[in-house]
Write a protein that binds this ligand. Structure first.
Ligand SMILES: Nc1ncnc2c1ncn2[C@@H]1O[C@H](COP(=O)(O)OP(=O)(O)OP(=O)(O)O)[C@@H](O)[C@H]1O
Ligand SMILES: [Mg+2]
Length: 448
C-alpha cells in the first residue's frame, strides 16, 4: 500500500527537497505552503501523515495541528522546527503531535520516525475496522429476520447509523422498534458514548420536562437538589425517546428548540446548556395523523422524521416467523435447561398462519410458554396456548351458505375483535378498515 504524506512548509526549497526524498522512499506526496492549504488537502484527499513547519503565513503549524487533532485524530503530525522554536515544538507534543525534528533535517532519522508513525496508524485503523465489524455482527445477530422487508430495514440502519440524522421508528407494538434503535446505536460511532432511553408515556406531564432537561434546586416543591436531565446525560451520545407521540405541547416546543439550536435550560434555571445529542424516537401512533388533528407540532414532526424507518407487522412478513420461532425456541430451551430438538410441522403451520396482533413480542411469549409446557424433545400442538391449537378452530369463522353479506361481515368483524382481545384499533388494523368505520358498525350491531 502506498501511503500519502502531506508536507506543509512555506520555504519552497525545504518543502521540495523533502518531497523528493519522500517520493524516492516510495511515498505519495502532497505539498502545501501554509496551514490553510494543508487543511484543504486533508479534507479532499486521504492523507496518512502530515509533516509541518511551525511558522507559516495564514495558518501556523500549531493551528494546523490543533485542527487535525480535533477533526482527524488518527492522522499523525510530525513538527519541523528551526532553532529558537524548540520550546514551542516540545509544547506541540502535549497538544498531540506525534514527534518533532529540528532543522537542518537528518533525513534518515526522519524516515524512521515516519515509518513508525505510519505503522502505528495502520494498527489503529485496523483495530477500528475490526471493532466496527464486531459491532455489526453483534447488531445483526440480535436481529432475526431475512424477509425482504427486514433486509431493507437493516440496509437503511447500516446506511444511517454513522450519521447524526434524527430517526423516527414507527410500527405497531412489539414489532421491534427498540431492537432497531439498539442496532443503530451500536453501529454508530457514538457506540461508546451514552445511550439514554426515555419512556415518554410513563411520566406525568411536569415530570417529563424535568426528566428530559433536568432541574435546578428549588425549581418545584420536590426539587431538593439540582438534577441533570437525560439530554445532558446523553451529551456526545444518543437519546432514545420512546413513545414520542405521547408528549404534550409544552414539551414539544422545548424539544423543537433542542433539535434546532442544540441548547436548552434546566427547569427553573437560566444557564443555557449546549449538547451534542443524536435523537432516535419511536411511536406506534400515526404521527402524521396526529399532526393533522393538531395534537403534534408539524415542525417537530419533520425534525424528528428526517429518516423514517417503518417496521411492518409480523403478519406482513410471515417469512420471518419460522426463523424467529426457532430462534426463540432454542433460546428458551437453553434458558430453561430443556433439550428440545425441534417442532412438529403442525406447530409451524399454526405459528405461520397466526395473525400475531402483538407481533414479535407475542410470538416470543408464545414460544416461551410452549417450551415451558413441553414434556418431550419436540414441541407439539398440545404445548401451544389453548386458543391456538387445532390449527386453530378459533382462527376461522365458519359461515353457513345462505347467510347475507351483512351477517357474514358481522361474523368476521366480531371474531376479529375477539381475536384481538377487544382491542378495537388493532381489530380495525387487521381488518384494514378505519377505526371510525369499525365503531359505526359496532354501534349498528348494538342497536339491532
Ligand atoms: N428482529 C428481531 N429479532 C429478534 N427479536 C426481536 C426482533 N424484534 C423484536 N424482537 C423482540 O421482540 C420484543 C419486542 O421488541 P421491542 O421491544 O423492540 O418492540 P417495540 O416495537 O419497541 O414495542 P412497543 O411499541 O410495545 O414498545 C423484544 O423482546 C425483542 O427482543
Ligand atoms: Mg418499545
Amino acid at each position: 500500500m502506498k501511503f500519502n504524506i502531506l508536507v506543509a512548509d512555506d520555504e519552497v526549497n525545504i518543502r521540495r527537497g523533502l518531497a523528493m526524498g519522500l517520493t524516492d522512499e516510495g511515498y505519495n506526496v502532497y505539498e502545501a505552503g501554509n496551514g490553510l492549504e494543508a487543511l484543504k488537502i486533508i479534507a479532499s484527499k486521504d492523507v496518512d501523515l502530515v509533516i509541518t513547519d511551525l511558522k507559516m503565513p495564514e495558518m501556523t503549524g500549531e493551528e494546523l495541528l490543533k485542527n487535525i487533532t480535533a477533526n482527524y485524530k488518527n492522522i499523525p503530525v510530525i513538527i519541523l522546527t528551526g532553532h529558537g522554536t524548540i520550546e514551542t515544538a516540545v509544547e506541540t507534543m502535549h497538544n498531540g503531535a506525534y514527534d518533532f525534528m529540528t532543522k537542518p533535517l537528518n533525513l534518515d532519522h526522519l524516515f524512521l520516525i515516519i515509518k513508525r508513525a505510519l505503522s502505528n496508524r495502520q494498527l489503529v485503523l485496523e483495530h477500528n475496522e475490526l471493532q466496527a465489524q464486531v459491532e455489526k455482527m453483534k447488531a445483526s445477530s440480535m436481529i432475526v429476520g431475512k424477509s425482504p422487508k427486514m433486509r431493507q430495514i437493516m440496509e437503511t440502519v447500516e446506511q444511517v447509523a454513522g450519521t447524526r440524522a434524527s430517526i423516527l421508528l414507527t410500527g405497531e407494538s412489539g414489532v421491534g422498534k427498540e431492537v432497531i434503535a439498539n442496532a443503530i446505536q451500536s453501529l454508530s460511532d457514538r457506540r461508546d458514548k451514552p445511550f439514554i432511553k426515555v419512556h415518554c408515556a410513563a411520566l406525568a406531564e411536569g415530570l417529563l420536562e424535568s426528566e428530559l432537561f433536568g432541574h435546578e434546586k428549588g425549581a418545584f416543591t420536590n426539587a431538593i437538589a439540582r438534577k441533570k436531565g437525560k439530554f445532558e446525560l446523553a451529551d456526545k451520545g444518543t437519546i432514545f425517546l420512546d413513545e414520542i407521540g405521547e408528549i404534550n405541547q409544552n414539551t414539544q416546543v422545548k424539544l423543537l428548540r433542542i433539535i434546532q439550536e442544540r441548547e436548552f435550560e434546566r427547569v427553573g434555571g437560566e444557564e443555557t446548556i449546549k449538547v451534542d445529542v443524536r435523537i432516535i424516537s419511536a411511536t406506534n401512533r400515526n404521527l402524521e395523523q396526529e399532526v393533522k388533528k393538531g395534537n403534534f407540532r408539524e415542525d417537530l414532526f419533520y425534525r424528528l422524521n428526517v429518516v423514517n424507518i417503518n417496521i411492518p407487522p409480523l403478519r406482513e412478513r410471515r417469512e420471518d416467523i419460522p426463523l424467529m420461532a426457532t430462534a426463540f425456541m432454542n433460546h428458551f430451551a437453553k434458558e430453561n435447561n430443556k433439550q428440545i430438538n425441534g417442532m412438529d410441522s403442525k406447530v409451524m403451520a399454526i405459528l405461520y398462519n397466526n395473525p400475531w396482533p402483538g407481533n414479535i413480542r407475542e410470538l416470543q411469549n408464545c414460544m416461551e410458554n410452549a417450551v415451558i409446557m413441553c414434556r418431550g424433545n419436540i414441541l407439539t400442538v398440545d404445548d401451544l396456548p389453548f386458543a391456538m391449537r387445532k390449527d386453530s378452530g378459533d382462527n376461522y369463522v365458519k359461515i353457513r351458505l345462505g347467510t347475507t353479506l351483512d351477517n357474514a361481515e358481522k361474523s368476521i368483524i366480531m371474531a376479529t375483535l375477539d381475536m384481538c382481545k377487544g382491542n378495537k384499533s388493532k381489530a380495525a388494523e387487521v381488518l384494514a378498515i378505519g377505526r371510525k368505520t369499525l365503531h359505526r358498525k359496532l354501534d349498528e350491531y348494538a342497536e339491532n
